[in-house]
Ligand binder design. Structure first.
Ligand code: RAM
Length: 347
């Protein structure tokens, strides 16, 4: 935790600088560049699930921090508006034509992106996924936010504590094809099989597509359909914030418990007023920094990306690629009333 604090504080200055310097446009592309040396900058494309999500804005901050530190690196951050695989495919198509050095993708669909990712790799582009994985055939490696089984376990544990391990619960997820949420949900379901959770019943999994209005409507739908609902787990920063708002608007805050994966800056209000007593996440700035740094390492030949390799990733230190091609960043961290004020200033 101490390391997270130090890291978070060290990126804060960079974050303030970057947000002041690079206005995040509403359009499809944001670009920052360091001064080009004779060989020209290494172009690194960061493919977000979608634009307009504060979580991915923070990812961009980290990516730009890495680019600035490395020098001679151009970051091209893009994502479709709604989080769809089709939107990501057409963006990757144009990146192949632009001959970027590397593409780091948070995938909206682990299989649908494989053919285009293969095409990019055949053209010499280093493709990795981060946050939400592409199937192994479509990438060199995957950078995972945290251990997926651990996220599944701790999400259920948090909800269990809030409702005394008793009652109906629902999950409000992102898109139905999101690799990361689907994996976490799989582990949540496994965790629920444990005897201590026999009194907890998962009655529904709904999808708000990582869009605030759709997530809000899904939450309202759950309240209506399940009058005995005791809790909602929303493992998406968009979904949990929309659910918190829906709970307050419906007068159900405190009656239905809420947890999930939330961005502290978006959730501070709801944690302070008790609508969401506890939630988890990791540092999205570190995630973006790592994705950009590793992309650069692969594009320049500094890293091979092979299982077993230990990559020295700047201020993140050493990260080792596991035998399944995944590099795990850290443990999810719990935010509650005791610490939310501090973290909401950082991301
Ligand atoms: C949303 C996105 C992202 C996920 C977080 C927790 O911002 O779905 O992929 O990692 O939530």
């Amino acid at each position: 935790m101490r390391r997270l604090v130090i890291r978070a504080l060290s990126v804060f200055a960079a974050m303030m600088f970057v947000t002041a310097t690079f206005a995040f446009a509403n359009g499809q592309q944001q670009s920052s560049s360091s001064q080009s040396k004779s060989s020209g900058p290494v172009k690194i494309a960061i493919r977000l699930k979608n634009l307009g999500t504060p979580f991915f804005d923070a990812v961009n901050v980290g990516a730009k921090e890495a680019a600035k530190q490395l020098g001679n690196v151009d970051i091209i951050s893009q994502g479709p508006s709604p989080p769809t695989a089709e939107g990501q495919i057409s963006i990757i198509q144009s990146l192949i034509a632009q001959k970027v050095g590397a593409i780091a993708i948070s995938a909206n669909d682990q299989n649908a992106l494989v053919p285009i990712a293969k095409k990019a790799m055949a053209a010499g582009i280093k493709v990795i996924s981060f946050d939400s994985a592409i199937a192994p055939a479509g990438r060199i490696l995957n950078i995972a936010d945290s251990s997926s089984p651990l996220i599944g376990q701790t999400q259920i544990e948090l909800m269990g504590k809030l409702i005394n391990n008793q009652g109906e619960i629902a999950i409000l997820s992102a898109s139905s094809t999101a690799t990361n949420q689907n994996t976490w949900i799989k582990y949540m379901k496994q965790e629920l099989q444990k005897p201590q959770y026999s009194g907890m019943k998962l009655v529904s999994v709904v999808y708000g597509n990582d869009l605030a209005d759709q997530s809000y409507r899904q939450a309202m739908g759950l309240f209506k359909k399940y009058p005995n609902l005791k809790g909602i787990i929303s493992p998406t920063t968009v979904g949990i914030a929309a659910t918190a708002k829906a709970l307050e608007d419906a007068g159900l805050a405190g009656k239905i418990q809420l947890t999930g994966l939330g961005l502290p800056s978006q959730m501070a209000k709801y944690i302070e007023d008790g609508t969401c007593k506890a939630m988890e996440l990791w540092n999205p700035i570190d995630l973006g920094y790592t994705a950009a740094y590793v992309s650069w390492g692969l594009a320049t030949g500094k890293f091979t990306g092979k299982p077993g390799e230990t990559m020295h990733v700047g201020r993140m230190g050493d990260i080792t690629i596991q035998s399944d091609g995944t590099a795990v960043m850290g443990k999810p961290f719990v935010f509650d009333k005791s610490n939310i004020a501090k973290y909401s200033k950082l991301f």
